[in-house]
Design a protein around this ligand. Structure first.
Ligand code: PLP
Length: 227
């Protein structure tokens, strides 16, 4: 199947209120243009040094999503233009992003990453600490001109056990609902639950995701040699 056909296949199955972000890391600008020409405007990348040249070369109406672990010294490079950062996983990172947004006088959209999977390596706040963190940052009124906390992001375990995957997504959905009610009642923009990738986006949508991040399933296998 072509990229355009894959996009059509995913779109047909997505409820209208679920946003599709195509994760284009390690795919060439030409491949990205295939998805663009099929109507995609939201693309996700996870390396700043790969994102910058793509942003320069590709159409300006693309909304770039940053989905990977973000080094603090690279934040300033993406804050001026990035559409949504999905991976705020520490207080230090949050504060650095807000400082950078302030220095370019921009209001930036953020998701807080929650560690719902079993792999040690995955980053983000633990479910237990997440509500305290959200309460803390939600109360920082001085930050509100420079950031909007749009919601939560998480990655389920890499496993074939669909019941476990569903349980992890359900937990994230529960935290999202609880945070919305407890800490974001007076903002209308805490509205995004980013969960679901190539192998589990259908389960994610059934468990309440409203933004899926799909790479391989649409773009094909990633090419890890430079192009
Ligand atoms: C790479 C990546 C994806 C896409 O993964 P696929 O399995 O190729 O769909 C989604 N989310 C994050 C955070 C990623 O790093």
């Amino acid at each position: 199947m072509t990229i355009a056909q894959r996009i059509e296949e995913v779109r047909k199955q997505l409820p209208t209120d679920v946003q599709l972000v195509v994760v284009s890391k390690f795919h060439s600008p030409e491949e990205i243009m295939e998805a663009y020409n099929a109507g995609i405007r939201d693309f996700g990348e996870n390396h700043v040094q790969e994102l910058l040249p793509k942003m320069e070369a590709l159409p300006k109406d693309i909304r770039w999503h940053f989905v990977g672990s973000l080094q603090r010294n690279k934040i300033k490079l993406i804050v001026p233009f990035v559409s949504l950062i999905h991976s705020i996983g520490t207080l230090r990172l949050y504060e650095e992003v807000v400082n950078r947004a302030k220095s370019v006088n921009r209001c930036i959209d953020l998701l807080i990453e929650i560690h719902i999977g079993q792999e040690e390596s995955k980053s983000g706040f633990s479910p237990e600490e997440s509500l305290d963190f959200l309460r803390e940052i939600a109360s920082r009124d001085e930050d509100t001109p420079y950031r909007r906390i749009r919601g939560l992001m998480g990655m389920a375990s890499l496993t074939d056990n669909k019941a476990q995957i569903r349980q992890e997504f359900a937990l994230l959905k529960q935290l999202f609902d609880e945070a919305q009610v407890k800490h974001f009642t007076n903002t209308s923009h805490f509205d995004t639950l980013s969960m679901g990738m190539s192998s589990d986006w259908q389960e994610a949508v059934e468990e309440g995701s409203n933004l899926i991040r799909v790479g391989t399933y649409i773009m094909g296998e990633r090419n890890y040699t430079p192009h």
